[in-house]
Each structure stands twice: as C-alpha cells, then as structure tokens.
Design a protein. Structure first.
Length: 104
C-alpha cells in the first residue's frame, strides 16, 4: 500500500514539474493522453487502497469474508483471488447483470 501511495505522489510531482508549453500540437496531445492514462491508473489504485483498508477493518471487526448483501460466507477460493471483495460470487454476478442492464 505504501508503494502505491509513493507512486501516486511521484505522479503528481511529475505533473507539476512540466511547464505546459509545447511547440508541437502532437507533443501536447501525446502528453495529455499520457497524463490522462496515468491519472486513471492512479484513480484505480486509490480505489484499491480504500478496498484494502476496508478489508483490514473487516478483519479487525470479525466480518471479513461475509457477503455484504446476503450475509453468506464468501468462499475461500474467491477470497484468494480477490481478498478485498465484499460480495459472494452469486451477489457479484447479480450486481454485474444489473450493471449491464442499466449500462453502468
């Protein structure tokens, strides 16, 4: 988790160091595209950190491995693949169906 936070800080520092002037519009577009990709990656990492912190809290309060929707136990196999998960596979599949149906 500390390495993710360090990478995020490094990204912000690099973004602030540039002077923002580009003699060539293609250079500017490439830089903006790269920056956009970098920011999306950092946002995903930020969300992952939050999920990891939530999983740690659930471990501490004894609710880790319990589905937040149906209160059933999440299988060990699923937790091995996605330790930060909060939903059992059935509830996750249902959630994904709903997301597809409503285009989210």
């Amino acid at each position: 988790m500390a390495s993710l936070l360090g990478i995020a800080e490094s990204t912000v520092t690099r973004m602030n160091e540039g002077d923002g002037t580009f003699p060539d519009p293609i250079d500017r577009a490439m830089t903006e595209s790269s920056t956009s990709i970098e920011l999306r990656k950092r946002d995903r990492e930020r969300k992952l950190i939050s999920k990891i912190q939530k999983a740690i809290q659930k471990t501490e309060d004894g609710t880790y491995g319990i589905c937040e929707i149906c209160d059933d136990e999440i299988t060990e196999d699923r937790l091995m693949v996605r330790p930060e998960t909060t939903l059992c596979i059935s509830c996750k599949e249902e959630q994904e169906k709903e997301e597809k149906k409503f285009g989210r």
